[in-house]
Each structure stands twice: as structure tokens, then as C-alpha cells.
Design a protein around this ligand. Structure first.
Ligand code: UD1
Ligand code: UDP
Length: 377
């Protein structure tokens, strides 16, 4: 019998962990593979929240996060340390997800060793290397290295084909975030206490219309964050509204949001939520206001209108489906768009329809099947 293929699965941040735990589980269930999990811990607490819920114990934990880390300092450490793990493990293939520094350095370290790279969530492109920054370039680097490109949608497949990636190296799989969301939703149904930490807030804001907010994009640091904070302040001045805002641990986000919003009656600035609690927030919110990538994929699946605080998006599928709208970071525009959704029932109903342009919850299985063909087993 041939030995199972050793797949080194590399990730470091909250969204990568959410989007890869279904793939790790599918690899673990398949005797053709031995997954080895290496976390860079580019995020610490926010990564650990996902590892705990998903029950993943990493084989390697590089513990690389530093307070307010720089892109070059982080990338240099990632490249060296991930390379060391690859030399020790000698994997058959390396899997990365998305467009973080960890994913890019993981792909590059594998390439330096001529180890084939599998890219989950391949082919997202905004066409602007500064929006989102530095993710657009990270994913283009990974795209030029990858052996197999798992594209979530036909839009991302088309972007790869336009860059001359051979068609037989691309597979449309849906986004694994839908697998993760379905799993966590089922867990909450079975064990409601998993999301019970939000119940106090729900009581405090009973009768109010909940707006869920997240924000962390590097290109919005400074002026963009201040203008987002001011928009939230104006929105929360309405007595019928409550804002629930789990604040990202990046100090560049917290400094601005705490200074502008702490102590307001209708605003709950809270610590990052673990995934079941965030899924609960998605289900009780009337509107999501975000600059996150993952939230743009989850909200349409749940029929929640999502206003995206960005100039461009590499996820046009939600906009085409009508559940997402780009609103930029300018205060007046954000406030106007939120008020329209709150006050115009038709405008709200037009956006609040469940669509699933990002997958049907079977992405991990499709990825693992394709990998099985690739290794010839
Ligand atoms: C990173 C990714 C971004 C992704 C985002 C998801 C890069 C360059 N950026 O951005 O693509 O969308 O994660 O959230 O890869 N921090 C903590 N604890 C944590 C996490 C972060 O304290 O658990 C603080 C630290 O001070 C850290 C800082 O946040 O230095 C920035 O973390 P970093 O991963 O560099 O950037 P993000 O903005 O989180
Ligand atoms: N999320 C979470 N807790 C929070 C905020 C977000 O679990 O307090 C989840 C969310 O459901 C989504 C992912 O984190 O799956 C998005 O992560 P983030 O916005 O940090 O990164 P991005 O998707 O923009 O890269």
C-alpha cells in the first residue's frame, strides 16, 4: 500500500482558521492523507478562539505575533520559520488559504523547496494593489506559485484563466466559509449555550434594531477609521438603534474606536467574539456594516444586508446578488445608506434575501477529492 500523502496546512489568522478547519477535518477523515497543521500564530488570541471551537491542536505553533507588528518584520519571520518547519516535516504538498502574510510566506517558502502549493480561496482580485492592501499582491504572488487553485466561484476562476493559469489547474469549489458557517450553526442548534454570552446584550438592547459592525482593514487606518467611527456615532444617536461592535485586537483599530465610541448608550464595544457568538450576532443583526472579507460571504448566505466599507471588492458576487453594497469609508455616505435601509422597507427587502453565491457547504469535500486525484489515489 502507498503511504498517505503528507499535507502541511499552514495558517495564522482568524479567517484562515475558520476557512481551513473544514478542510483539515476532511483531510483527517480520508486515509489517503495525513494533514500536519502548522500555525504561524500571526494572530494569537483571535486564532486560539477558532482552534478551541474547531478542536484543532496544531502540530507546530510558531507563536510569531508581536504587538503592532510591521508587514516586513512579520513576513521575514514567517518566511524563515515556516521554511524550518517544511525542512523538518518534508511534506508532499503545502496548503495555504486566502491572502494573508502567512499564506503568502507559506507559499513562497514551499516554492523555495519546490513543494507543490494548494491555494484555497484562489483567484480573488480587486484589480487595485492598494485595496485591499497588502492582500491583493499577496494573493497574486500565491497565484503565480500554486499548483492547484481552488476558486470559490466562477468569477474567481475567470480571473485566474485571464492570468493564463491552465484550466485544468483550477477547480470551482465554493468557499469553505460556508462549510464552516453551516457547521457552527448546527453546533449552536445542538448546544445553544455556545452562543449564550450575547444574551445579556440582547436583553440590554431589547426592542432596538441591531447593527453589527466589524472593521480592521489596514488601508483604512488613520482617516478612514476616524470617519467610520464618526458614522457609527451618528447612527447610534438614533434611539431605535443599537450597535454591537466586536473590536479587532489591532491597536490601530482599538485606539480610534475606543476614543470615539466608548461610553455611548447605544454602542457595545466588545472583545472579538468566538465563532459561535459571531454567528449569533449575524443572526440577530438587521444590518451588517463591515470592511471584512469573510463577513461579506457569510451575510448573503443568511440573507442579511451587508454594507461594505471599502472602495472596491474582490467579492463582487454579493453585490451582484443584491445583498452587499459598497459604501466606502466616508461618514455621510455610510450614515445615509444605513438610514435608507432602516427607514425604507422596500430598500431593505430588496437586499435582505438569502443568496448563496459563495458555495453550498461542500467545498472542503470537493477540495479533498481533487487532491486525491492529484496524488493519484
Ligand atoms: C491580518 C491580515 C489580513 C486579514 C486580517 C483578519 C495580513 C498582512 N493581514 O490583518 O489580511 O484580513 O488579519 O483579521 O496578513 N492582534 C492581537 N491579537 C490577535 C490578533 C491581532 O493583539 O489575536 C494585534 C497585534 O498587535 C498585531 C496586530 O493586531 O500585531 C496586527 O495583526 P496582523 O495579523 O499583522 O494584521 P491584521 O490587521 O490582523
Ligand atoms: N469573526 C468572528 N468574531 C468576530 C468577528 C469576526 O468569529 O468578532 C469571523 C467572521 O464570522 C468571519 C471572520 O471572522 O468568518 C472574518 O475575519 P476578519 O474580518 O478578521 O478577516 P477578513 O475576512 O477580512 O480577512
Amino acid at each position: 500500500m502507498t503511504a498517505p500523502a503528507k499535507i502541511l496546512v499552514v495558517f495564522g489568522t482568524r479567517p484562515e482558521a475558520i476557512k481551513l478547519f473544514p478542510v483539515v477535518a476532511a483531510l483527517q477523515d480520508d486515509p489517503r492523507f495525513v494533514p500536519i497543521v502548522c500555525v504561524s500564530a500571526q494572530h494569537r488570541q483571535m486564532l486560539d478562539q477558532v482552534l478551541a471551537i474547531a478542536g484543532i491542536v496544531p502540530d507546530h505553533d510558531l507563536d510569531l505575533m508581536r504587538p503592532d507588528q510591521t508587514l516586513d518584520g512579520l513576513t521575514a519571520a514567517l518566511l524563515t520559520e515556516l521554511g524550518r518547519v517544511m525542512d523538518a516535516e518534508q511534506p508532499d504538498r503545502v496548503m495555504v488559504q486566502g491572502d494573508t502574510a502567512t499564506a503568502m510566506a507559506g507559499a513562497l517558502a514551499a516554492y523555495y523547496r519546490k513543494i507543490p502549493v494548494d491555494h484555497v480561496e484562489a483567484g480573488l482580485r480587486s484589480g487595485n494593489i492598494y485595496h485591499p492592501w497588502p492582500e491583493e499582491v499577496n494573493r497574486k504572488i500565491i497565484g503565480s506559485i500554486a499548483s492547484l487553485h481552488f476558486a470559490p466561484t466562477e468569477v474567481s476562476e475567470a480571473a485566474l484563466l485571464a492570468e493564463n493559469v491552465p484550466a485544468d489547474r483550477v477547480l470551482v469549489t465554493g468557499n469553505t466559509v460556508i462549510d464552516a458557517l453551516e457547521w457552527v450553526t448546527m453546533q449552536i442548534e445542538l448546544f445553544p449555550e455556545l452562543a449564550s454570552g450575547l444574551f445579556d446584550l440582547e436583553e440590554r438592547f431589547a426592542g432596538k434594531r441591531i447593527i453589527g459592525v466589524t472593521s480592521h482593514r489596514r488601508e483604512n487606518f488613520g482617516g478612514g477609521m476616524e470617519s467610520i467611527a464618526e458614522a457609527i456615532r451618528q447612527i447610534a444617536a438614533r434611539p431605535d438603534v443599537a450597535v454591537i461592535f466586536p473590536v479587532h485586537l489591532n491597536p490601530n483599530v482599538r485606539r480610534v474606536m475606543n476614543a470615539a465610541l466608548e461610553g455611548l448608550d447605544n454602542v457595545a464595544l466588545i472583545e472579538p467574539l468566538d465563532y459561535p457568538h459571531f454567528a449569533r450576532l449575524l443572526s440577530i443583526a438587521e444590518i451588517m456594516l463591515t470592511d471584512s472579507g469573510g463577513v461579506q460571504e457569510e451575510a448573503p448566505a443568511l440573507g442579511k444586508p451587508v454594507l461594505v466599507m471599502r472602495e472596491t471588492t474582490e467579492r463582487p458576487e454579493g453585490v451582484s446578488a443584491g445583498t452587499a453594497r459598497l459604501v466606502g469609508t466616508e461618514t455621510n455616505r455610510i450614515v445615509t445608506e444605513i438610514f435608507t435601509l432602516l427607514d425604507d422597507k422596500d430598500a431593505y427587502e430588496n437586499m435582505a434575501r438569502a443568496h448563496n453565491p459563495f458555495g453550498d457547504g461542500t467545498s472542503a469535500r470537493r477540495i479533498v477529492e481533487r487532491l486525491g486525484n492529484e496524488i493519484g489515489r
